[in-house]
Design a protein around this ligand. Structure first.
Ligand code: SAH
Ligand code: SF4
Length: 343
């Protein structure tokens, strides 16, 4: 299935081109876009399109590239979705309701090539990139299930967004456009393990989204042990790139730091972190690690997490502890692997 054959994932311009090539007036493209990027389950529901056009669309095109296979709900209201793609691959998305917002966490790849040692997605290997349609449709599938379009989108599911750059950019255009999902650019966060060329390209794209960077260690030796990408783009180069990003965009960066007991949670680690982040416009998000395997990368006691937080605060950093959501259904950070055992 090529991405062209799916409707969700096409820009307004592409939809107009398609319909004009079918000898339809261009404004039908506007009408179609309006239906596509609302929670609408079937082409039949697109009531202002002529029946013959609806029939042809249904016959020749795929409407939604993702299909909900299973949903699990956490006691805290978080919902985790296992979605099947056209070729049978499986991905996961997470819906996180809060009092003032509703966030969807979406995937960009089936698996991940980056091999971070603490992450279930990385441990599962890599199959392929998602298309823009498969990225956007995760939000629509969730919206169909919960009844409304979410307010926020975080690219923090399976995969490395900046390793699938073209599809990432196209999906952001569709999510952000008034003719698309119309979610504000400030409500979109892209998280990366630190792909320096991708960060530069994102900077050049000039979008006002929030960039989140998974740091997790404050010296090269430690970071390389848990994040192989650090052997290609070390901390000096990464931090220089982040300073450039802030200068060019004026946007505050989120630094993600997964605390692992006895590995990166000592006073010395806090000191190193304060030193390397000095002068960078950023907010540090501490995530007590979600252990994926027994033995390595254990979660610190909450007293240790608080201690680490206060060291960073005293060092002048802006910092918070990420509230864990959906841990009971393996929907928390790093637990997505696209394979569900029956429970
Ligand atoms: N590939 C991107 C985005 C997906 S991961 C990235 O790495 O940034 C989303 C966040 O969850 C990242 O900060 C990632 O490092 C973190 N994460 C991965 N495994 C984790 C785990 N076991 N516990 C806590 N956070 C984890
Ligand atoms: Fe990939 Fe991110 Fe997991 Fe690393 S943390 S393996 S980059 S999904």
């Amino acid at each position: 299935m090529s991405s062209n054959e799916t409707l969700v994932g096409q820009t307004l311009r592409e939809l107009k081109e398609l319909l004009v090539s079918w000898n339809e007036p261009a404004y039908r493209g506007d009408q179609l876009a309006r239906w596509l990027y609302r929670p609408v389950a079937s082409i039949d529901e697109m009531s202002n399109l002529p029946v013959e056009l609806r029939d042809r669309l249904a016959q020749e095109m795929v409407h939604h590239p993702c299909m909900i296979q299973t949903v699990r709900q956490s006691i805290d209201g978080t919902r985790k979705y296992l979605l099947a793609l056209g070729d049978g691959q499986l991905i996961e998305s997470v819906f996180i309701p809060e009092t003032d917002r509703a966030t969807v966490c979406i995937s960009t790849q089936v698996g991940c090539q980056m091999g971070c040692t603490f992450c279930a997605t990385g441990a599962r290997g890599f199959a392929r990139n998602l298309t823009a349609g498969e990225i956007v449709d995760q939000i629509l599938q969730v919206a169909l299930d919960v009844g409304s379009i979410p307010t926020n989108v975080v690219y923090m599911g399976m995969g490395e967004p900046l390793a699938n750059f073209a599809a990432l950019l196209k999906s952001i255009e569709i999510i952000n456009s008034p003719w698309g999902l119309n979610i504000g650019i400030r409500q979109i966060t892209v998280s990366t393990c630190g792909l320096v060329p991708g960060i530069r390209r994102l900077q050049e794209a000039g979008l006002g989204l929030t960039l989140a960077v998974s740091l997790h260690a404050a010296d090269d030796e430690k970071r390389s042990r848990i994040m192989p990408i650090n052997r290609t783009f070390g901390l000096d180069e990464l931090l220089q790139t982040l300073h450039g990003y802030v200068r060019a965009t004026n946007r505050r960066i989120t630094i993600e730091y997964a605390l692992m007991a006895g590995f990166n949670d000592t006073k010395e680690d806090a000191r190193s972190l304060i030193r390397i982040l000095k002068g960078l416009l950023c907010h540090v998000n501490l995530i007590p690690v979600n252990p994926i395997q027994k033995g390595i990368h254990q979660r610190p006691q909450s007293s240790e997490v608080k201690k680490f937080l206060s060291w960073l605060q005293r060092g002048g950093l802006e910092v918070s502890i990420r509230k864990e959501r959906g841990g009971d259904i393996e929907a928390a950070c790093g637990q997505l692997k696209g394979q569900w055992e029956e429970t």
